[in-house]
Write a protein that binds this ligand. Structure first.
Ligand code: ZN
Length: 154
């Protein structure tokens, strides 16, 4: 497959996720809630998590923004189900490294690698990182803390 075809394939997956997200909504119950904002593009996300004993049972998001931000949130939500908070924080680091072209996900998480192409477009990296950045803030909140308003990735 040529590089151009590969790029088209990634774009198709991103557009498909944007049009038909599979993880939109709010978890029940909500154990963590965090809003995130990417001022450089105007993307916003509201992330909710259902956790049992530090294990992520469910992740949902609401938000508005560009296709890259929304597709990234949808793919992230799917990939996180069943992971521990520690696994999830490691995935945040790996995703951020992937946006610098320095890492990719292993076979079992390869769906996340469709976002790899974004690394070539520096202005869109913040869009792809927004949901991960918001997740990190959500996981670092203690269970009873009040959400600290918007986290911004500026
Ligand atoms: Zn964006």
């Amino acid at each position: 497959m040529s590089l151009d075809n590969l790029r088209d394939l990634y774009q198709q997956v991103i557009l498909e996720r944007y049009k038909k997200p599979r993880n939109k909504g709010t978890t029940n119950p909500v154990d963590r809630y965090q809003k995130g904002h990417n001022p450089s593009c105007g993307d916003t996300i509201e992330l909710t998590l259902h956790l049992v004993d530090d294990r992520i049972q469910d992740v949902k998001f609401e938000g508005e923004g560009c296709a890259i931000a929304m597709a990234s949130a949808d793919l992230m939500a799917e990939a996180l189900k069943g992971k521990t908070a520690t696994d999830a924080l490691e995935m945040v680091q790996r995703f951020q490294a992937m946006m610098k072209g320095e890492a990719e996900f292993p076979q079992e998480l390869r769906k996340l690698n469709v976002m790899q192409g974004v690394a070539q477009f520096p202005v869109r990296i913040k869009c792809a990182n927004l949901s991960w950045h918001t997740l990190k803030a959500a996981l670092e909140l203690s269970a009873n803390a009040q959400p600290a308003g918007f986290v911004s990735n500026e």
